[in-house]
Structures are given as structure tokens and as C-alpha cells.
Design a binder for this molecule. Structure first.
Ligand code: ZN
Length: 364
């Protein structure tokens, strides 16, 4: 059954991909390497695999060595097609694997989008959170193949690569959000439910990308609610206990101002939906969730590419953070405290701290 439909599915996916995400991202800002404060990079985390510490007994960290900065910036990376070729909206599978290796080696660790938004960032001291997002639910993101009469995750699909990487480096994490649309998320019709349940069981997330990859800017209140509510409702049929509450805007296009409230919440056929975070197709790292500039309704993302014609891709920002470590979110290892160097203190919006304790220190 799978084999007989593969060719049709591939053709369909190519058509859908060609139709999707053709609008270029609008750069909001450009990276400004060299303009940050040049703090010598020390204590850059290496490859050591350490188990995260429990929350109960927090060890004191050496602030001058770790240099935690929980007011620093966080990259939310955006992928589209994962496949055999590299292009404006596609990443070759082995390059995706390379991306994970580079992130890991440079001290980045995965957190979920929900944990970023709710400031529930739990990574080891000295490490930097990073969020993975995948738009469009293409087959190469999560492909199931038949091997010796059994179904298995294609090791060249994003989920397969992530799982293999996580097996080698359990401390990297496995969090990712897949922003899918209908009628066939991940393009294998018989396997939608299997894949959804698989992802959620592994702690990964399904996000809203509208029901039919709609441009929300062209729709009225009913149209916006149909596109967002039907997507959430259809997903609920497969995952009754799971709430879709994150949105990536197709084409990066938001609704007209007068219908904006329906982007964040609305009702479709009597069922409510809510989006706690709305992701742009952007080109900047996102502010820390305690930063006064933090705005979950307009959260920027970075394109995961090393395309030299794009100056605001993931590798440009990694280089920026290598050169300007003071600009980068560095965890204090304790999810109950927010530790910030004194010169970053004014970035912190105290109303966003919740029950976390703010800990300001002086860099020597
Ligand atoms: Zn899209």
C-alpha cells in the first residue's frame, strides 16, 4: 500500500512544496558582528556529555567561569524541506545532520518552543538553548519506510536524524516543533495518526500552520478561524489529549489588523483554539523570555542554512555569538533563578520573572 502510493505522494509533495512558502522572508534587522562587547570567550562548553542536574539540589556555579546571561538571545531555527538537495527552502539531510553537530559542539542544547515561551528553560550551566522548528510537514521531515516487511523511520528524514543524534548525545535533547497543514501532514496518507502519536510520545510537538497553508492576510474573521480552528480540530481527532497552541504564519503573513485577535484565539465549529506563540519567517534571534522586548505574538526565527547569499542565516548568527558571547543566552543551570550580568540588568522586565529569583552579578 505504501509502495503503490509512493510515486503519487512524491509528486503531490513536490507540487505542494512548490506552492508553499515562496514568499521571501523580510529581514527585520541585520546581524551586527563586532558591535557587541568583546568579552573573551572562555569556558565554551565542549563535547563532554553530562547529565542535567536535578532541580532539587542546585550546585553553586563559578559565575566568572560560566558567565551566565539569561537575558541573552536565543535562536529559533526554521527548516522547510529536508531532502537530497540544497535550496532556498530545502536543506540536504546530511547538512541537517551537520547543523546538529555544529550546534552541539558549540554548546547549544534543544528546548521546546513551549518551554522557551513559558521561560521553563532547563539546560545545564554554561549552555545555550536553541529551538528547532519545521514548516509544512513535508515527507522528508518525517518519512516512514518499509524494511524487511516492517515500518521504520527513514534515517535520512529529519526525525530519523534527530533520533540517531539524540542516541549518540542524549544531553542534546530531542525537542522540535513540526508546523503542519492538511490534508496530509507529512504526505503519507495512511500514516498521519501513526506519525502524530509517534512525535508526541517522543516529546516533540505539532504546531499550527493553518489548515490549507493559507495566507492569513487575505482572510476575514471567519476565514482566519476556519484556517486555524480546523487545523487544530483535525489534529485533535488524531490526538485528543494534545493541544495545538503554537502557530507559524505561512508566508510569514499575519492577518489584517482588525482580525488579529482571531490569530491568537477563536472558535471553529464550537471548538476553541488558542495560539500562545506566533512565529514569523524572520532573520533574527529571539529575545530571552525575561527581556522587555519579548513578544510571543511576534517571535522571530532564523533560517537554518549556510547559503552564502543569505547574510542572516544560522551560521552567520553562530559566528556572531562566537564573536560576541555576551549577546548569547547562557544558562545558570538552575531553572528557578534568572542570572544576569549587571550590565544586562536593564534588559530584564521584572514582570516576566514570575516566581523565579533574579540574580545579578558583576563580571570581573
Ligand atoms: Zn509554510
Amino acid at each position: 500500500m505504501i509502495k503503490s502510493t509512493t510515486v503519487i505522494l512524491i509528486i503531490l509533495s513536490l507540487l505542494l512544496i512548490a506552492a508553499a512558502c515562496t514568499a521571501p522572508p523580510q529581514p527585520v534587522d541585520t546581524p551586527t558582528p563586532g558591535t557587541g562587547e568583546d568579552v573573551p570567550q572562555s569556558g565554551t562548553p565542549g563535547n563532554e556529555e553530562q547529565q542535567p542536574q536535578g532541580n532539587d539540589q542546585q550546585e553553586e556555579i563559578d559565575l566568572q567561569a560560566v558567565k551566565p546571561n539569561e537575558a541573552g538571545k536565543i535562536m529559533i531555527l526554521m527548516y522547510h524541506v529536508i531532502g537530497d538537495s540544497e535550496g532556498q527552502w530545502s536543506r540536504r539531510w546530511d547538512n541537517f545532520e551537520k547543523d546538529l553537530e555544529v550546534l552541539y559542539d558549540k554548546g547549544y542544547r534543544l528546548v521546546s518552543l513551549g518551554d522557551y515561551v513559558s521561560n521553563n528553560i532547563n539546560v545545564e550551566a554554561g549552555y545555550t538553548p536553541v529551538v528547532l522548528t519545521f514548516d509544512d510537514g513535508t515527507q522528508g521531515q518525517f518519512n516512514i519506510i518499509e524494511k524487511d516487511g516492517r515500518l521504520e523511520v527513514d534515517p535520512k528524514s529529519a526525525v530519523g536524524i534527530l533520533e540517531n543524534f539524540h542516541q549518540k548525545h542524549p544531553d542534546f535533547g530531542l525537542e522540535a516543533t513540526f508546523f503542519v497543514y492538511y490534508p496530509i501532514p507529512f504526505r503519507q496518507k495512511e500514516l498521519v495518526e501513526y506519525k502524530f502519536k509517534y512525535l508526541v510520545e517522543k516529546g516533540m510537538d505539532i504546531g499550527n500552520h493553518t489548515y490549507g497553508h493559507a495566507n492569513l492576510g487575505t482572510l476575514d474573521a471567519d476565514g482566519v478561524q476556519f484556517q486555524l480552528g480546523k487545523m487544530a480540530a483535525e489534529t485533535g481527532k488524531y490526538l485528543p489529549d494534545y493541544k495545538v497552541n503554537t502557530l507559524a504564519l505561512p508566508y510569514g503573513a499575519n492577518s489584517k489588523e482588525q482580525y488579529r485577535e482571531y490569530v491568537y484565539e477563536g472558535v471553529y465549529e464550537g471548538v476553541k483554539y488558542q495560539n500562545d506563540v506566533v512565529l514569523l519567517v524572520g532573520s533574527n534571534p529571539a529575545p530571552s523570555p525575561v527581556d522587555g522586548k519579548f513578544n510571543p505574538q511576534r517571535t522571530p526565527r532564523i533560517r537554518a542554512t549556510d547559503d552564502p547569499t543569505i547574510s542572516t542565516g544560522m551560521y552567520d548568527w553562530i559566528e556572531h555569538f562566537d564573536d560576541n558571547p555576551h549577546d548569547r543566552y547562557i544558562s545558570d543551570g538552575n531553572p528557578n533563578t534568572v542570572t544576569v550580568p549587571r550590565d544586562m540588568e536593564d534588559r530584564v522586565d521584572a514582570s516576566r520573572l514570575g516566581d523565579k529569583k533574579l540574580n545579578i552579578y558583576d563580571l570581573e
